[in-house]
Write a protein that binds this ligand. Structure first.
Ligand code: NCD
Length: 310
């Protein structure tokens, strides 16, 4: 099937996800080279529209584009004319008229990437996180990291812990992992679990120890205080005590349990600081390294020779 955009993992099929993971796997070799430059996208341009803060995602998309010799243009929420009230539509039409070839967008509104894809009907749009909806390249880099560490995805039990309600990372993980044959658990206080979680292909736990029992992989999410306009839990300390993932809390998990965190971390809140640095469990920097290769794969899929065709 031919694709123009990468907006979510929910609508991708197993072959498409496997293709993106395999392609990223082979680009990993390029990222590890001392001279990181291939001509794959020479002469093409990518605009990065980041209306929300980002360290990892923006930099790794830029690195991915540059390694493949594309030119990049950075627009952030504070330096673009969005602060003057220009609409998303006019911003995209302006960049389209300049001849920009593809768009990477992060936006606070769920559905913004899909809207952007409609405004530029002939050019690729990649969702780099839209509100609380999806963050497909984060989901893919989590899948790739798990597959590299465990050697497979099928049959694994993966527990996603924390602020599920506000997490686009959780939603992309759920769809990606489920499609690739993993069993997915969501763990969090009832106030941070989305309404309708029972309609997702997951098992839901409101007790951390119960949810971690036998887990092969634990993906710890950041508490997204910036999206919480009400008190979802009594205090940060209480949250850390009940839902903070630590080495002690992992006792009931599989002996070779692997711990992921998409970053940015609140050390000492959702994750014990020493656990985040413990190479026996944590693969957080490995995730970041894979982020570049996964974004190369996404750009290549939509902008490379066969443009979205598998
Ligand atoms: C995530 C995001 O922005 O959705 N970060 C990321 O892209 N690595 C998760 C978060 O902000 O907690």
């Amino acid at each position: 099937m031919k694709r123009k955009d990468l907006l979510d993992l929910q609508s991708l099929d197993v072959d498409e996800i496997a293709y993106l993971l395999d392609t990223a796997e082979s680009f990993g070799e390029v990222v590890a080279r001392p001279v990181k430059k291939v001509p794959t996208l020479r002469g093409k341009s990518v605009a990065m529209l980041f209306f929300e803060p980002s360290t990892r995602t923006r930099t790794s998309f830029e690195a991915a584009a540059k390694i493949m010799s594309a030119d990049t243009y950075n627009l952030t929420g504070t330096t673009s004319s969005a602060v003057k009230g220009e609409s998303l539509k006019d911003t995209l039409l302006t960049l389209d008229a300049m001849g920009i070839d593809a768009f990477v967008i992060r936006h606070g509104a769920s559905g913004a990437a899909q809207l952007a894809a409609k405004y530029v009907p002939h050019k690729p749009v990649i969702n780099a996180g839209d509100g609380t909806h999806e963050h497909p390249t984060q989901g893919l880099l989590d899948l790739l990291t798990i597959r590299q560490v465990k050697g497979r995805l099928g049959g694994l039990t993966v527990a996603i812990v924390g602020d599920i309600l506000h997490s686009r990372v959780a939603r992309s993980n759920v769809w990606g992992l489920h499609k690739m044959g993993a069993r997915v658990r969501l763990i969090g206080p009832p106030t941070l679990l989305p309404a309708g979680a029972e309609n997702l292909p997951v098992e839901v736990f409101t007790n951390l120890e119960d949810g971690l029992r036998g887990a092969d992989v634990v993906n710890v999410l950041r508490i997204q205080l910036e999206r919480q306009d009400a008190a979802f839990f009594p205090s940060v300390r209480e949250y850390a005590r009940l839902f903070g993932v630590s080495r002690a809390k992992l006792k009931g998990a599989a002996p070779d349990v692997t711990v992921l965190h998409p970053g940015p971390m609140n050390r000492g809140v959702e994750i014990e600081s020493a656990l985040a640095d413990d190479a026996q469990y944590a693969v957080i920097t490995h995730q970041v390294t894979n982020g570049v290769a996964v974004r190369m794969a996404a750009l290549f899929w939509l902008m490379g020779a066969n443009q979205g065709d598998l």
